[in-house]
Ligand binder design. Structure first.
Ligand code: 4NP
Length: 152
């Protein structure tokens, strides 16, 4: 059975689509399934933000086929690891957790990596350089996650 990883942010159009694309790019799709979702439902069915598509493309990753969806309770059953971009959304997902098994799956993405920054900042209202910063934060965390998944 595949190990399943879910990346979560607020809108599922900026950060978590990048996290999905970046991690997919580092793991074997035969053994690891990666998806993303948002806690908010403002953009369901939409493509990722063009600034996320552009920064991913700059680093050779195509995320343009992704479509926004909202996190649902069934994700707690479906996924083994749920990585959340920031504290607000972490608290939101934790408030939906129904039991210890759900709780144990939920982590802050950057805690995977021993860097001082705790959260991937919301770049939605930023210029393109905000997306560049976010790309590198997520990329660093995904290197650590990919290593862990390989040694599992
Ligand atoms: P994301 O960014 O959570 O990284 O996808 C956002 C996208 C949209 C909104 C907020 C954050 N919004 O308010 O529409």
């Amino acid at each position: 059975m595949k190990t399943k990883v879910l990346m979560v942010c607020l809108g599922n159009i900026c950060r978590s689509p990048l996290a999905e694309g970046i991690l997919k790019n580092k793991v074997n799709p035969k053994s690891i399934f990666v998806d993303s979702a948002g806690t908010g439902g403002y953009h369901i069915g939409n493509k990722p933000d063009s600034r996320s598509i552009d920064v991913a493309k700059k680093y050779g990753i195509d995320i343009s086929n992704q479509r926004c969806r909202k996190f649902s309770y069934s994700d707690f059953e479906e996924f083994d690891y749920i990585y959340v971009m920031d504290t607000n959304n972490y608290n939101h997902i934790m408030s939906l957790a129904r039991n210890e098994s759900d709780v144990n799956k939920v982590m802050l993405l950057l805690e995977e990596n021993n860097i001082d920054i705790k959260e991937v900042p919301d770049p939605y209202y930023d210029a393109a350089d905000g997306f560049e910063h976010v790309f590198h934060l997520i990329d660093t965390a995904c290197i650590a996650i990919a290593m862990k998944l390989k040694t599992h």
